[in-house]
Design a protein around this ligand. Sequence first.
Ligand code: ADP
Ligand code: MG
Ligand code: ZN
Length: 644
Amino acid sequence: MSEAQKRSNGAWIFYAVLIFAALAFSGVFGPSGPREVPYDEAISLVKGGRAESAAVTAEEVVLTLRPPPEAAPPEGAAPAPPPPPPERPGIFDTGTGKKPDQVTTGRIPGVDREPLIEALLAQNVRLDARVSRTPFWVVALWWIVPLVVINLLFFMALRRAGGGGAGGPLGMLKPRTKVYDRAQQEPVRFTDVAGVDEAKDELMEVVDFLKHPARYRALGGRIPRGILLVGPPGTGKTLLARAVAGEAEVPFFSLNASEFVEMFVGLGAARVRDLFEQARKSAPCIVFIDEIDAVGRSRGGLGALATHDEREQTLQQMLAELDGFDPRATVILMAATNRPEVLDPALMRPGRFDRQVIVDRPDLAGREAILRVHARRVPLGPDVDISAVARRTPGMVGADLANIVNEAALAGARRGAKRLDQIDFDDALDRVQLGLRRRGVIMTPAERRRVAYHEAGHALVALAMPQADPVERVSIVARAVSLGVTIQVPRDQKYVMTEQELETKVMVMLGGRAAEELTQGEVSTGAHDDLGRATALVREMITRFGMSRRLGLAALTRTVGAPLLGVTQEEKLCSEETAREIDEEVRERLGELYMRAKGILADRRDSLEAAAEALVARETLSGEELSRIADSATRPKGKVAGAA
Ligand code: ADP
Ligand code: MG
Ligand code: ZN
């Protein structure tokens, strides 16, 4: 079970408790009392002969009714009061079961009862002085049962929050931490983590310390107490922490901070205390607090909501434990977060999590290494090109890459293959990047042609431009995210981009629309995504990269947020006047690049037609197939120069 699943299970139980409690206290589960009817209705019921007996008390008159005459059961089958509670009372009881039908007048003063009493006497109805309702013990039971159930659910929730544990009800309240037991679980090694070499190097030192603490102490070296792993989700922070424990062969205590903030006040602090207590006893060891931002958020900041108290207490406890640690204890604290900017600075003071290790997205070589780690577990055919797969996955993190290998294995299994071939990886990449094939989409032939021209337009502009990333695949198979796609793959990792390269990118984005305009005579909605991305890129060139002749070098926007984690926002740094100029410049620049893209396609009209025909016929083309088709249709006039 993944950690997220576990967490949501805890929450599920919690909500179940709430709903159950609400139902119980609203009386749904309890025995339902007599239905209250208006006084005159009670009288007409009696006059109609429906009353079998009546109980007259100081407060009310309760009538026990016979079934209506047409549905009357045979003699002797009349219901007997008092009824035992039905097996499934409450919600399921419609009142038509074995239970006698009772109605009450509600509270009426004695003097007003005379007409009713007279009617009762006239009908010869048996009168009681006591209401023969559900006995008291049954009522009591219906109050006690929900309470017991609520408590049970509550304990289950606590227990889950505690990650399991034995020892009676008190043991449940004292939750346990997860310990990776080397007997049960294969330890993670550094060789299982790839693409994060710098982080690994830094952590190697920690492993060495855990293995030979005496050596370090003899020289008086102070090893960092706490290490904070910082990086986007899925980059392998949790995996790295476990690998440190695996390499050092020490116990690994881990706690996911987000698991207990949603629970009950005081629990988080108790768990932290418990965690550190266990760790002290089993030193040397590693204590790992995952997703520490869930509790370690700066106080009084954004999250000053309902869970505030709980978080505060937990954080306080954590700080106290960090400070109270015997400096000689061989316990290494590790924590992970993908939101370092929200952490309380108090956590990062010296002696606490005073060393940060960045676990960033892997680069090309890193992605290849990670794919190889995961591919070790699957049988590979000779044609599988892992580095080509790595090239197709820019921006992906370890978790995504693990998923690609997994999808490839599934694709191979669906084929009934004994080992994975390149087609399985292609399938997996398509699936992950483009979503599933949309089977329901049936395009008209005209639409298919249009999509084919559109994609061929992107691809041919890319083929024509020397700075463009090579085209990997072009496809007009409808996927979850688009009707067609042109995939380009960078030749190598890029850290900076030149103005020409950016312009080329924009031209390729506009190529789809240009091809539609050239060949279909009319444009369509199919390019809206391209237009959005092209506009955003041109705007960035002008406002951030100083690539506008007219507006000069000034940075006109600033990003706020952490660029590492991709959560950035733009902030305007210019006057309204300049903002208007930016808009004009964006429009002009886009128009210019569009004309250039259209010019390229107009020069290669025959290639464009041939490529689109081929796409209509075969749906998917590889980059090589495409350039062969384009080349044989016309000899293009050579690659165009990048600059206009
Ligand atoms: P994080 O804690 O940074 O969100 P995880 O450590 O939970 O990421 O990664 C989830 C899974 O993705 C891992 O169990 C592993 O299978 C895979 N993974 C992530 N990063 C790497 C990596 N650098 N090397 C190998 N596998 C990785
Ligand atoms: Mg994690
Ligand atoms: Zn497009």
